[in-house]
Each structure stands twice: as structure tokens, then as C-alpha cells.
Write a new protein. Sequence first.
Length: 476
Amino acid sequence: MSVTSTARARAALAATAALAVGGLLLACVSSQAGAASTGLKTLAEAKGKYIGTELTGNMVYNSTVTSLAAGQFDMVTPGNEMKWDTTEPSNGSYNFGPGDTIVSFAQSHNMRVRGHNLVWHSQLPGWVNGVPRNQVQGVMESHITAEVSHYKGKIYAWDVINEPFNEDGSLRQDAFYNAMGSGYLADAIRTAHAADPSAVLYINDYNIEGENAKSNALYSLAQSMLAQGVPLGGIGLEGHFIVGQVPSSMLANMQRFAALGLDVAVTELDDRVQLPASSGSLQQQATDYATVINDCLAVTRCPGVSQWGVGDADSWIPGTFPGQGAATMYDNNYQPKPAYNSTATALGGSTTTTTTTTTTTTTTTSSPPPNSTCTVTDSVNAWNTGLTENITIVNTGTGPVNGWSLAFTLAGGQTITSAWNAAISPGSGQVTAKNVSYNGSVPPGGSVSFGFQANHTGDTSAPTAFTLNGTRCATG
Ligand code: 9MR
């Protein structure tokens, strides 16, 4: 587990700021020392675990995402950037640029990287399937050697083999199996080990979280690989769950792999629900997340849990399972959901919730803007030393708000470390939250929500004295 130094945290936060859209004031907030030391990752690290997230595509250019990624998580898995179709789109022609971008982001934020993945039947460029069988081994070894060598020393763990099994426990008849039989598995692991002996080398798959035919087959394979001295280091349980269906045998399953001397990580956690998500399903999701975290905590050889995406807006689920989604800890607007709180609590945070609502009425004076009437709702979720606050402004005026600036007073000892859907400055005392590029317009009757994470020294009270665009919204 890496320890965050203040200097590195500052450098990391400066890099976050560099990625922020349009020079947001969030940069000022994020320059608070110690900002990178709060959040789920701090709780996880105190337990000797990591908590990870997947990042892919444009996510590293979205300041809301990067702020949460760097503030909450300490492990990154590139979603697509290290897959064969990206890294070797034609034979012997390599493209590591997209993966390098994610690695740079991770390094500048003191996060580690899970490499994903080297050998997989999917997202495999067409040319590989056209390689004559007697040349597939050479092609596979060259690919692994080139990619692992490129990232040598920068990758904590590699998903060397991804999703090799059918549901019945037989091996998929993909290009690698068809050319080499089951021997391709050991060969791939050995080849990766030769290129970077320090990386922990995984087989990663889905529907192997509980004890079943597929995980039994993987267990036998792992046993036999270890007996032959194959440098297999870990088993990745992807953890793409349906709400309420985390297998009851998950802990026992993790324990049996750990007993072989293997790490066993949850690598792609999400928990999908039927849309629109009911509060009951989100509560069950919170229970499911806590179960997964607790299972990892109970297994010494579980190094950590990674979620697939930062928030629901990043998730692959709605595109693949129409009508389902809401599968992560943060909603579509990157507001923390019950699963966030249950995860923080399972990791040892003590969570308390307070909610205050203040409503104002417009006073007739000569100066206030006509549309300044507002309702502000503020919800605080706190644990030992940190808290998140979600603030919703409702425009109760008769005209639109075009560009908003909400001033308020933070409780003593609270220091904002990251924000979403707003640029907030400074980080303590009297602060001002301003809209970001995409949420400045609030029609009459409409609302806008933003939030922030803060350190606290004991006082977890909600902010007071809200003033919208220069006019006091609340008297406290
Ligand atoms: O999240 C990835 C998504 O962007 C891709 O379109 C998809 C293509 O297969 O792969 C997704 O990630 C998968 C991961 O690489 C392996 N396990 C299942 C993940 C979700 O499909």
C-alpha cells in the first residue's frame, strides 16, 4: 500500500487541476494539502486494502470524474486502452498512447494500475484470428512481451488471461486454445513473468465469484498451474452482479483460492438494478457492496476491490442490458449513493447523516435580482475524519437563473478537498460555489445539485448562510 506524501498529493492535485475543464476554481480548492488523503482510499488503506476504479476514454478529461477518481480511489484499471485491439491493431504495430495516458494520470495521483488485459477472445483485432495456427503462439508471446515490457515497473498486476472459461467450466475455443490447447494459459503467464517479474499475474473472469462449475474449473486449473511452477499470482473475480444476487458462497470461494497461495481480488465491481432505480433496490445495492467489501476484508489475500467506472454515467451496463443500470456507487450526476456510504462504513468509516432544508422567500427591495428566490437542501454524510455534502438549489423564482454563484459558510474545521458539479473556492470558511460549464442554467422550478468532499475535525454540521447570486437565500 503506497503512502501518500503531502508533496506528491500536491503534485497530484495540480495535475487534476490541469485536467479540469476551463480552469475551474476547483483547482484552488483542490490545492489544499492532504486532499488526496481523504475518501474511500484512506479508509481502505487503513485496512491494508486498495479501492480501485476503471477509467476509460474521455473520463480522464472530465474534471468531475478525475476529482472523484483521485480523491476516492487508489487503483486504476484502464477500461479499454490496454486491450489487444488498441495496443496491437496490426501485427507488430504497437500503440501504447491511450494506455500511457491512463498510467500517467494514475502515477500523477499516486494511484497504482491494474493492467487489463493481455490475452482475451474479445476486443481481439481480426488479424489475430487469421494467423495460421502454428504461428499463434509466437504472435501471442510477442504481444505479451511487447506490452508488458513497455509498462514494466508501472503495473501492479496484469490480467494476463481474461475470461478463458465457458459457463460449464470448459475452456473457450478461441484462437489461442485452438492453436495451443490449454497450454496457452501457462505459456502466457510465463511470458508475462519474463517481461516483468514484479507484476502480480492474474486470470480474470466473470461468474466465478461463488462456487460453481466455472469457478471449480478455474480452481483446478490454478492448482495444476501452481503445481507446475507457473507464476500465477492472482485470481480476478470481476463482480458484475445483479442486485440482491451476490453469491452466498463468495467468501468461501475467495478463501479456497487464497488457500492455494493466490491473491484474489474483486476487479470490476458493479451491481445492476432495474431502471428507474427504486430506493429499495439502492438499499439492497448498498447491502451488496458492503458484502463484497466485507468478504475482501475477511480474506488476507484479497488486496482490494475495484469498481468498473466511477459513476453510473460511466457504466457499460445500460448499453449492454437495456433497462438496467444505476450499478455503481455514484449516480449519473456523480452524487454518492447508499452504496457509497455502505462501502465507507464497511471500510471502517463511521457514517452519520444530517439533513437540513432552508427556504427563502423573495423580498421586494430595489436591488436583488428578480429570480433569486431559492430553496436549498443540504445533506451531509460523515465518517471519522471526512464527509460528503450534497447541495440542491431549487429555483423558486419566476425566471431562469443563467449562471449561479452560491456563497455559504462551512462549519469550523471543515476543509473541502474535492467538488463535483461546481467550482468551489476557497476550501474553508466563507466559500463560493459556482456553476460549471454544463449546469449554469436553472429554469423556474428547476434545480441543480452539486457536492463536495471535505475533511472535518469533529464538527460535521451542514453549511449555513446560503446566498444565491448576491441575495441571501437563508437566514440559517
Ligand atoms: O467497459 C468495457 C467497455 O467499454 C467495452 O465496450 C467492453 C467491450 O467488451 O468491455 C468492457 O469491459 C469489460 C472488461 O474488459 C472485461 N469484463 C467485462 C467488462 C464489461 O463488459
